[in-house]
Structures are given as C-alpha cells and as structure tokens.
Design a protein around this ligand. Structure first.
Ligand code: NAD
Length: 243
C-alpha cells in the first residue's frame, strides 16, 4: 500500500522533483497544491505532508497539519531565528522532519564540519561560501546557515561572529570571526564550501549538488521514516542515523 503524499509547492522546482521521484519510492499523490490552493480539504486523505514552498506559507500549513494530526516534512528555508523558534514549537506537536538540506552528502558535510572545527581549533579561520542559481530568493542558504551554526556551537561563538561579505577598509581579520559569502548565478543547484585556513595550510570541505533529485529523494526518505515516529521535530541527522 503506497504512502499517500500531500505535496505543497507542487509547481515549484523542488515540488516537481518530489512529484517525479514519488512513484519509484513507493508514494502516491493524495494532492499536489500550490499558492492559492487550500490544503485543508486534501489533508484527511494524506498520510504525510511534504512542503517546499515559501516561508510565509509554513505557519498556516503547520497549523492545519497539527489540527489534522498529520506527520510532515518541511523543506522550505528562509525563516528568521524568531520564526524558526515559534514554528518549531508548533511542529513539535506532530512528527516532523525539518531540514534545510535533505541530501545525504550535505548531512555528512555537517558532521565533518563539526569534527574539523573541533580538531583544528580557533587558529584556523573559517570562511563559508555558497553558490546557488539566480532564482533563489533567500541568502545565505539554509544549509550555509546550518554550517555557520555548527561552527559557532563547536567554537562557542555568538551569532555576531558571522561576517556577511567584506568591502572597503576592513582592517585585519579578527580572531573568532566567521566569514559568510553567498554567490548567485545561472542554474547552480547548490554548492557549499567550508574553509579552515591557518598560517601554512588550508583545509576545504566541499559539497556540490548537480541535481535536485537528491533533495527530493532525501525528503521522501524522511517522509517514509517520519510516519513511524512519535511527535517531535527531527532533522536528517536523525533520519540517517548520523547523530
Ligand atoms: P520555487 O520558487 O521554484 O517553488 C516554490 C513554489 O511554492 C512555487 O510554485 C510557489 O508558487 C509555491 N508557493 C508560494 N507560496 C505558496 C503558498 N503560500 N502555498 C503553497 N505554495 C506556495 O522554489 P524551489 O526552488 O522549489 O524551493 C522552494 C523552497 O525549498 C525554498 O525555500 C528553497 O530554499 C527550499 N529548498 C530546500 C531544499 C532542502 O533540501 N531543504 C532544497 C531545495 C530548495
């Protein structure tokens, strides 16, 4: 019996990738909706909701999913820190996987970044660089935000440690700064580099996505996993057993 999926943001790049990957991974579409459609009518027929839409849509979708007690997979990025906290409290009332990046490779990059930040220590300057297609609406990417958070956690640095771009007479690079650079152009699906630079050596961890099918397959893997979980907010580290 295939799992019945309600897809939000179905007309978008990710929505189309999820719809294309769904049948081969054992899912049937209970509904495919986009801006202007009402998820409420289709929710009862769904086993799980998958959302790749816009950050403005998340609250309404979550409220409906919580009321209908439906598990969900949230892939939309671009929420600020306050919105994330508020939405996570709501999402915790149903089983929910919320990840800024559903690729297996990127989730390993998260684990490797944590290890490198710890082993290399504060003398290694960290710079994060991401590049995405020209249509992306938020910056830095949700994945880059997570990489920054991991470095800050490992090094016990405040949010203010992140320096977004540089220009003009910046002076020498202060210790404890994390540089963040968001590049945009063309059809780049998503590149992330975490650089650790000291005097005499530099380590770079690089992930390049070339096909959004990797996010779609990861999101569907999360959907198959989340239907069997108790209420709570999970991420791909939980789904992949990387924690
Ligand atoms: P897109 O612009 O191609 O598609 C977004 C779709 O959502 C559009 O069809 C739009 O009409 C629709 N939409 C807008 N408001 C809506 C609403 N209120 N209700 C329902 N649908 C609505 O964007 P995309 O490249 O498909 O990305 C969508 C989101 O997913 C972005 O936030 C992006 O950053 C994120 N994303 C996440 C991952 C991940 O692995 N977590 C990967 C890629 C993209």
């Amino acid at each position: 019996m295939p799992l019945r999926l309600l897809l939000n943001g179905a007309k978008g790049r990710m929505g189309r990738a999820v719809a294309a990957a769904a049948p081969e991974l054992g899912f049937a579409l209970a509904g495919a909706i986009d801006a202007g459609d009402d998820p409420a009518a289709l929710l009862p027929a769904a086993d799980v909701v998958v959302d790749f839409s816009s950050p403005q849509a998340t609250r309404h979708l979550l409220e409906l999913a919580v009321a209908a007690k439906k598990p969900l997979v949230l892939g939309t990025t671009g929420h600020d820190a306050a919105a994330k906290r508020e939405l996570a409290a709501l999402a915790a009332r149903v089983p929910c996987v919320w990840a800024g990046n559903f690729s297996v490779g990127v989730n390993l990059l998260f684990a490797l970044t944590r290890r490198a930040a710890g082993v290399l220590g504060p003398d290694y300057d960290v710079e994060v660089v991401e590049m995405h297609h020209r249509f992306k609406k938020d910056a830095p990417s949700g994945t880059a935000e997570r990489l920054l958070e991991i470095v800050r956690e490992e090094r016990r640095l405040p949010a203010g440690a992140v320096r977004h771009g540089r220009s003009g007479l910046t002076g020498e690079r202060p210790p404890g700064e994390i540089g963040m650079h968001a590049l945009r152009g063309g059809d780049v699906v998503g590149d992330h580099t975490v650089m650790f630079a000291a005097l005499g050596e530099r380590l770079e961890l690089i992930h390049r996505a070339s096909d959004r099918a990797i996010f779609a397959r990861g999101a569907l893997r999360a959907a198959a996993w989340v239907v069997a979980q108790p209420a709570g907010v999970y991420d791909m580290q939980d789904v992949l057993g990387l924690r």
